[in-house]
Design a protein around this ligand. Structure first.
Ligand SMILES: [Fe+2]
Ligand SMILES: [Fe+2]
Length: 758
């Protein structure tokens, strides 16, 4: 063994912040980010929500965070009399009292928004929905290779797990909030749906606020101190709970405990950053609640004419040539509605005098008959709109001719414009334009672990993942000869998949097992464990970005989330697999820097040739949408790989020398094929492909299945060295499709058939 490096990582992981680092982006991403930021706030919101893979989205996130934190200190603080109340060294109780003070002020306003007339209440509930439904998203990927097994990250993860309904979407905070809204008659599409913001009637300010929380969810590791502040203040204020009357899922004492735990770890700089997060949320929530109150007042004060005008404004752009020869006044409706300078007040003035509104013998009017069942405009307006029209027509027929003054909804627009221009002007000093170049495997590993700071490496990661998946298809034809896997292709049916998994388990993993008669010497045992460590240190990485906001609706998403949560011990460090591997390494006196630290670039314990496997895992993980299918197959392969002979031999060797076998033991049980992760992994594939079948039909199932199975084969590609050696030496006829730096001759030896364990 080499000497213990000076910067060896020691448990517990007490970081309160990652070390400050630059954020590297390519010149191309800068241009793309500029274009995204130039769009309207709703487009910004949608992009940040939907795009969790691109470099440009991460740069947008960096700029949005910068703008909000900067604007808060520069402008808003000056206008906020409570801003100076808290000192940076305030205790958790003091912070809690301060937040509660703001909460009490907000509670009065929110209380006034609860028992109001239905239309106004509806508008308020809809307006708040985007913020309420994304609350907590900042924890989505906080748990990642760079932050595990941090004490504070796991405390937060435990709360994340609770908010996610412990893996059951229907018990999650997100769904409980939706149900609460539905109870008061507000039905909205899923938050990731194209028309979500439109159906919520989201004002630009709501979209801009939402963009901040989404931005934080994209760079959570680098903004851990601010995030802890945001998390505490947002949930302790509990605007959404106050508005809906729901019992908070995270009680304030539990939030305060976490805050106190953080303060114990934080130095002065981290405390300052924590306070910046708290102050920002207080300002944002005050601003949003004030906007809700303003919206309620606007909605409440709307005249019947203004309500009708709003309906006309909403539908006019879609009227097209539908009205053909119909005239109101002396003008064709087709011309009126295609006029970019349409004056709706003037139109309504003419319309109320038009023959279409005159009372007919049946007591109605041509217009009202047209929008009823059987009429040419039936179905254009929803029930609420039709009722408003009908009330207006009756008033007109009754002779009412009030002055038509249309009061446009500009609620929150000034604040939104200020925040949007702060985002447009933001140029964080820590953003660096840099080309990714051609990093070595070590360098690439470091960058992928710290991907928030090295987003310019994303295109390389995408290419690399694509290359491995393509190369792995070689095993579709010769995979049956694998020692631990069978990646040979077969047509999908649930039964065929379960049968394949069972057969691999019994024939390749369990039956060959015989206890070792001879234990290798101590150095050899330690060395082999060292080679396994690189994979173990990124355990579960392949699924650490799945099931995030907008992607937690399907059964397969929830099941993947649950597997990852198991791997992280549900936030309990004693059960966290990254903790377990560190304990095991420590028992063998193997001391490594943390993989997030630059010192890891120089670690001398782990051979360079072994990086390929971990790199593949990190690469696919960064593309949870693009490679969702492949990830499912990989998940099955790797969960199964933890079973049987290999693991049992390792346990025997470790016990022989008195080393800690907790990591191996944990996997032997949790990954089991009867109900554990291996079985769940197969069930997830079946569930996902069933979703595909229902949405797109059988042909699409076989297409996706091929991708799933590429994912399985890509694990085999790193494991079946002997088989691949036969291929490369021509003993098996097929040639690899891709010759990237995945494997080297040193690894491809028959004497050492496998070089990783997860
Ligand atoms: Fe694990
Ligand atoms: Fe597992």
């Amino acid at each position: 063994m080499t000497a213990v490096p000076p910067l060896a990582f020691e448990l517990p992981d007490t970081i309160a912040a990652l070390s400050l680092r630059a954020f590297e982006f390519s010149g191309r991403a800068c241009k793309e980010a500029e274009a995204i930021i130039a769009q309207q706030p709703d487009a910004l919101f949608r992009r940040l929500l939907r795009d969790q893979e691109s470099e440009a989205a991460l740069l947008v996130a960096r700029r949005v965070i910068d703008a909000f934190l900067r604007q808060r200190t520069a402008d808003v603080a000056a206008a906020d009399p409570t801003a100076g109340d808290l000192r940076d060294d305030a205790s958790a109780d003091r912070i809690a009292a301060h937040v509660a003070g703001t909460g009490a002020e907000l509670a009065a306003t929110i209380g006034s928004l609860r028992d109001i007339e239905p239309d106004t209440r509806d508008a308020v509930v809809r307006q708040r929905a985007p913020i309420g439904l994304l609350g907590g998203c900042w924890l989505d990927v906080l748990s990642q290779p760079a932050t595990q097994p941090s004490v504070i990250v796991n405390r937060l993860y435990a709360q994340h797990f609770a908010q996610r309904g412990q893996g059951n979407p229907h018990r999650s905070l997100h769904y409980l909030r939706r149900r609460q809204m539905e109870d008061v008659g507000v039905y909205l599409p899923e938050i990731g749906a194209a028309d979500f913001l439109a159906r919520a009637g989201a004002r630009p300010l709501t979209a801009v606020h939402g963009s901040f929380y989404l931005a934080l969810s994209r760079l959570p590791a680098n903004f851990l101190p601010e995030l802890v502040g945001v998390h505490y203040a947002f949930h302790a204020l509990g605007v959404d709970d106050l508005l809906s009357g729901m019992t908070p899922m995270l009680a304030e004492p539990a939030l305060r405990d976490l805050l106190a735990a953080y303060l114990e770890l934080a130095g002065p700089a981290e405390r300052r950053r924590l306070h910046a997060g708290i102050r920002l949320v207080l300002a944002l929530e005050c601003e949003h609640v004030a906007m809700l109150a303003e919206l309620a007042a606007w909605q409440h004060g709307l005249s019947l004419e203004s309500k009708v005008a709003a309906i006309v404004a909403r539908h006019a752009p879609f009227a097209g040539a539908q009205h053909q020869g119909v005239r109101v006044g002396d003008r064709l409706l087709t011309d009126t509605f295609s006029d970019p300078g349409l004056d709706i007040a003037e139109f309504l003035r003419e319309f109320r005098e038009a023959r279409q509104l005159r009372r007919s013998r049946d007591g109605l009017s041509r217009f009202v008959r047209a929008i009823k069942f059987g009429g040419p405009m039936f179905g254009i307006f929803d029930d609420r709109e039709a009722a408003i029209f009908q009330a207006w027509v009756e008033a007109v027929q009754g002779g009412e001719r009030p002055e038509i003054v249309i009061c446009a909804n500009t609620v929150g627009d000034a604040e939104a414009a200020a925040r949007a221009s702060a985002i447009a002007a933001s140029a964080p000093a820590d953003v660096v334009i840099a080309d990714a170049g051609t990093p070595s495997d070590r360098e690439l590993f470091y960058r992928l672990v710290n991907i928030e700071n090295h987003a310019n490496t994303l295109p390389l990661a995408a290419d690399r993942a694509a290359g491995v998946f393509a190369a792995a298809e070689i095993l579709f034809t010769c995979g049956a000869g694998g020692r631990y896997t069978d990646a040979s292709y077969f047509d999908y049916s649930p039964q065929a998949l379960y049968e394949r998994a069972e057969r691999v388990y019994w024939e390749k993993l369990v039956r060959p097992y015989q206890p070792l008669e001879e234990i290798p010497d101590r150095d050899e045992v330690v060395f082999l464990q060292t080679t396994y460590a690189l994979g173990a240190l990124v355990d579960a990485t392949w699924i650490h970005r799945v099931a995030n906001l907008g992607r937690f609706e399907r059964q397969c998403d929830a099941a993947l989330f649950s597997i990852y949560a198991d791997e992280m011990g549900h936030g309990d460090l004693r059960k966290n697999h990254i903790t377990l591997i560190h304990l095991a390494l420590r028992s063998m006196n193997i001391a490594l820097p943390h993989i997030r630290d630059a010192a890891f670039l120089d670690q001398a314990d782990l051979p360079d040739e072994l990086y390929g496997f971990s790199l593949h895992q990190l690469c696919m993980a960064l593309f949870p949408d693009t490679y969702f299918s492949e990830i499912l197959g990989y998940n099955l392969a790797i969960e199964m790989f933890g079973l049987g002979e290999l693991r049992l031999h390792e346990i025997q060797k470790l016990r022989h020398y008195g080393f800690d076998d907790c990591y191996e033991q944990a996997h032997l049980t949790i990954d089991n094929i009867s109900a554990g992760h291996s079985r769940q992994a197969a069930d997830i594939i079946v569930s996902y492909l069933d979703e595909v079948r229902r949405a797109l039909g059988d042909a699409a199932v076989q297409r996706e299945w091929r991708r799933v199975w590429r994912g399985y084969a890509s694990l085999a590609y790193f494991v079946e060295h002997a088989l691949l050696k036969q291929v490369t030496t021509g003993q098996v006829a097929t040639e690899p499709a891709w010759a990237g730096p995945v494997m080297t001759e040193q690894v491809l030896t028959e004497e050492e058939p496998v070089s990783l364990i997860i």
